[in-house]
Design a protein around this ligand. Structure first.
Ligand code: PLP
Length: 363
């Protein structure tokens, strides 16, 4: 029986990539050493990190005036690093309150003594909609923080808010490379790798070069300018995670790039949403225009039935469908590496479960 991993993160990786890692693990490029054992200062690794950066630049069409940085510390560290590096003029940012991760970003920014204005919030709809700007943003804000995909709530921005000359800083952790955006529309993009790019331990930062280098006396490990100058090798970078992410980037190119990926993601998500919208038992609470193609939360409304569904799904090889502990219910994450066959298997099982549990109720 095939298994499908619907985890929100760390999440499914492309099978051919995992197999390639297995095949070349004992001896990377005939060096007699595994990738985990080679120096980050070696020629071998130089090629790995250069290819990863170039492939990412090709896939996202990253302009030359943007730096690509490889960090550790997860998406969460960037909640601290972004204000320290970019909120240097007024120590004052705006934020769209789209859910859990946006609110975590606000908390961490405040810990850096940055003033955070909530420009709009979806709190009133329990985050089943997206907050949007209704008035022009204060032009003195250092930047506006946006979470492009809300991993827990299952909402996703496809249209960006207009912030005038104020740079947008995007937490793209959960739809990085799964949805196309114009890099020029952002001052900075960051994403933890373990949702849609590779193993945990790596975070990508893409930042416009005129925005960095203005902060004084930052801790070295948080300093974007230093990381840019040192090509992300101020200290030992996460060598294995960069290598594995590099293989995923090559896989993405072979799949036809990000536009092809986005189209496939829309088709996969539509299979699931179409089922949920006609179901008598399951439902997705998110306003249709705000729905994520990456993370799809759904419920029956009865926690005992939800638990029975999750247990049965697991027995059928449909893994990690339990919803986030903050919201309960179920959540299916349909990242780039989730094949259409996985979504079809999920929909088939949803239909079978519904048939078994609504008999007698409907008639
Ligand atoms: C997972 C996630 C994070 C946190 O990522 P870590 O790598 O665990 O720090 C931040 N933002 C979003 C949108 C996420 O999905």
């Amino acid at each position: 029986m095939p298994t499908y991993n619907f985890s929100a993160g760390p999440a499914v990786m492309p099978t051919p990539v995992v197999q390639q890692i297995q095949a070349e693990l004992p001896s990377f490029q005939d060096s007699g050493m595994s990738i985990m054992e080679i120096s980050h200062r070696s020629q071998l690794f130089d090629q790995v990190i250069n290819d990863a950066e170039q492939d990412l630049r090709d896939l996202m069409q990253i302009p030359a005036n943007y730096r690509v940085l490889f960090f550790q510390g997860g998406g969460t560290l960037q909640f601290t690093a972004a204000p320290l590096n970019l909120a240097t003029a007024h120590h004052h940012i705006g934020l769209l309150d789209s859910g859990h991760w946006a609110s975590r970003a606000a908390d961490e920014a405040q810990r850096t003594h940055t003033q955070v204005d909530i420009l709009a919030s979806a709190h009133a709809t329990n985050y089943t909609t997206l907050p949007t700007l209704t008035q022009p943003v204060d032009p003195t804000l250092d930047y506006v923080h946006l979470t492009t995909n809300n991993t827990i709530e299952g909402t996703m921005y496809t249209q960006l808010p207009a912030t005038g000359n104020v740079p947008l800083v995007a937490d793209m952790s959960s739809n990085f490379l799964g949805q196309t955006y114009n890099v020029q529309d952002f001052g900075m993009i960051f994403a933890g790798a373990q949702k849609n790019l590779g193993p945990a331990g790596l975070t990508i930062v893409i930042v416009r070069d005129d925005l960095i280098g203005h902060a004084q006396n930052l801790p070295s490990m948080l300093d974007y300018q230093l990381f840019a100058d040192k090509r992300s090798m101020f200290n030992t970078p996460p060598v294995f995670a960069i290598y594995a992410a590099g293989l995923v980037l090559k896989w993405l190119k072979a799949q036809g790039g990000l536009a092809a990926m986005q189209q496939r993601n829309q088709q996969k998500a539509a299979l699931l949403y179409d089922f949920l919208d006609q179901s008598q038992l399951f439902r997705n609470p998110v306003e249709p225009a705000a729905r994520s193609t990456m993370n799809v939360p759904f419920v029956t409304g009865d926690p005992a039935l939800d638990a029975a569904f999750i247990a049965g799904a697991t027995e059928h090889g449909l893994l990690n469908l339990k919803g986030h502990r903050l919201v309960g219910g179920m959540r299916a994450s349909l990242y780039n590496a989730m094949p259409t066959a996985g979504v079809t298997a999920l929909v088939d099982y949803l239909a079978a479960f519904e048939a078994a549990h609504t008999k007698g109720v409907l008639n």
